[in-house]
Design a protein around this ligand. Structure first.
Ligand code: FUB
Length: 339
């Protein structure tokens, strides 16, 4: 999320008709992770605020302090803001920047997974627990051991196992890690080298820790080669999401500086995955971040843009639109604005 954030805003797009409207307008929300629990839709977004922090390449202006859970009785119904579900002041280990969260349910308990910076400015991922999908959530005293970087997405496999996918480069700090070890001197690979991969780890039975060492989720091109770091239109940047459709695993993500939501498919939760195409063309604002969720037999893309704030890149709004698959399971690319 660099300083060119403002330059990316396409003011022509602001005058075009968006295909969807913000689900709520009284607060700014982003990075929507949607789930259906007991027939009701719950959205776990970031809660964007104007904290007055100058723009920088590390995304310091994304200075969020808490989470609100949104809920809907059905896809067309009013969206309810259920108030503060977790605040950074109630997380012992976290100092600032409550970025993109996700949630999961197991055995009647709800788990909110969230990244935040510690006092040393290094991101880790924490978990907070509640008896209700809307919180309030009580945070564990320490972050998940062995976790790092940002954007946790928790996927329940068909056998009831849960996996966390995470990572994000640049402000998300993934480029500082190799083999799960932090080194402040590490940087992104060169353009002709393999791109950094998102990370996956199975969760423990109690949902509070990793059950194994995190490993790389490989994204391959049409020739079976790892995507290259210089392949900015296709390589992983941030915003992991996993869903399962017709027996296939779909891993989707943001390409960051080229502003696409893309996807790759595989045969199991660890991959490897093969790049398939774009789900969402660029939105107003620098970041793009989404989730994909089945609601009553139809599939929906929850995403965000900065239309409501007229292009302020860290003041975003959550939206939803239906997605379609072709007969081979390819997702049709969505253009978020009409000409
Ligand atoms: O909301 C803060 C960050 O912006 C998220 O963690 C990224 O995915 C991007 O949307």
């Amino acid at each position: 999320m660099p300083e060119d954030s403002i330059e990316h805003i396409d003011f022509k797009v602001l005058n075009q008709k968006a295909i969807s409207q913000p689900l709520v307008k009284h607060i700014f929300t982003a990075d929507p992770s949607a789930h259906v629990f007991d027939g009701k839709i719950y959205i776990y977004p970031s809660h964007d605020i104007e904290a007055g922090i100058p723009f920088d390449d590390l995304g310091s202006h994304f200075a969020m302090e808490d989470y609100h859970v949104l809920s809907m009785d059905s896809i067309d119904s009013e969206t309810i803001d259920n108030g503060v579900a977790l605040h950074v002041k109630d997380v012992q280990w976290a100092a600032r920047q409550m970025w993109a969260p996700d949630a999961a349910r197991k055995n009647g308990k709800y788990y909110l997974y969230f990244p935040a910076k510690k006092a040393d400015d290094v991101f880790q991922i924490g978990v907070a627990v509640s008896d209700s999908p809307t919180g309030p959530f009580v945070a564990e005293p320490q972050p998940i051991e062995g976790s790092y970087s940002i954007d946790p997405a928790v996927f329940e496999d068909v056998d009831g196992s849960f996996y966390m996918y995470f990572g994000g480069i640049w402000g998300g700090q993934l480029q500082k890690y190799r083999n799960n070890q932090y080194d402040a001197n590490n940087e992104e690979p060169l353009p002709n080298e393999a791109a950094l991969c998102p990370i996956v780890a199975k969760l423990s039975d109690d949902m509070l820790q990793f059950a194994e060492q995190p490993r790389e989720l490989k994204i391959l091109d049409e020739n079976g080669e790892l995507l290259l770091a210089g392949d900015n239109d296709r390589r992983f940047f941030e915003a992991s999401w996993m869903h399962h459709y017709n027996g296939k695993y779909y891993f989707s993500y943001s390409t960051g500086d080229t502003h696409f939501i893309c996807y790759a498919t595989g045969d199991n939760p660890y991959g490897p995955f093969t790049y398939q195409g774009k789900i969402l063309n660029p939105v107003v604002g620098w970041t793009s971040h989404h989730s994909i969720c089945e609601v009553e037999g139809k599939w929906y893309l929850f995403y965000h843009d900065s239309s409501l704030s007229e292009g302020v890149t860290h003041l975003r709004s959550v939206k939803v639109t239906e997605i379609s698959y072709d007969s081979e399971g390819k997702i049709l690319t969505i253009d978020p604005y009409l000409d």
